[in-house]
Design a protein around this ligand. Structure first.
Ligand SMILES: [Zn+2]
Length: 79
C-alpha cells in the first residue's frame, strides 16, 4: 500500500474518483482519508462540486473549478 501526504492525495484525487489508480494507490488514499479529517472533507466537497456541475467526469472540470477545489483544500488543511 502506498502512503500519501495531503498534497499527494490532492493531486491524485481526480484519478481516484475516476478509478484510474492502481490498487495500492487506491488503498493508500482510502487509508489516508480514513484518518485525515481535512482530506475527508475535501473529498466530500470535491464530490459535491462535481454533482453541482452535472455529474461531469473530473477530468472535464474546467481549470477555474479545479483551482477553486485546490485552494479549498489548502484552506481546510489543519496547518
Ligand atoms: Zn490529509
Amino acid at each position: 500500500m502506498k502512503r500519501f501526504t495531503c498534497d499527494e492525495l490532492a493531486e491524485q484525487l481526480t484519478a481516484y474518483l475516476e478509478d484510474a489508480l492502481d490498487q495500492p494507490s487506491r488503498d493508500g488514499i482510502r487509508a489516508h482519508l480514513a484518518c485525515c479529517e481535512g482530506c475527508g472533507r475535501y473529498l466530500e466537497q470535491f464530490r459535491a462540486t462535481i454533482k453541482v456541475l452535472g455529474d461531469q467526469p473530473p477530468e472535464k472540470l474546467s481549470a477555474p473549478v479545479r483551482d477553486r477545489l485546490m485552494s479549498a483544500f489548502r484552506d481546510r488543511r489543519p496547518r
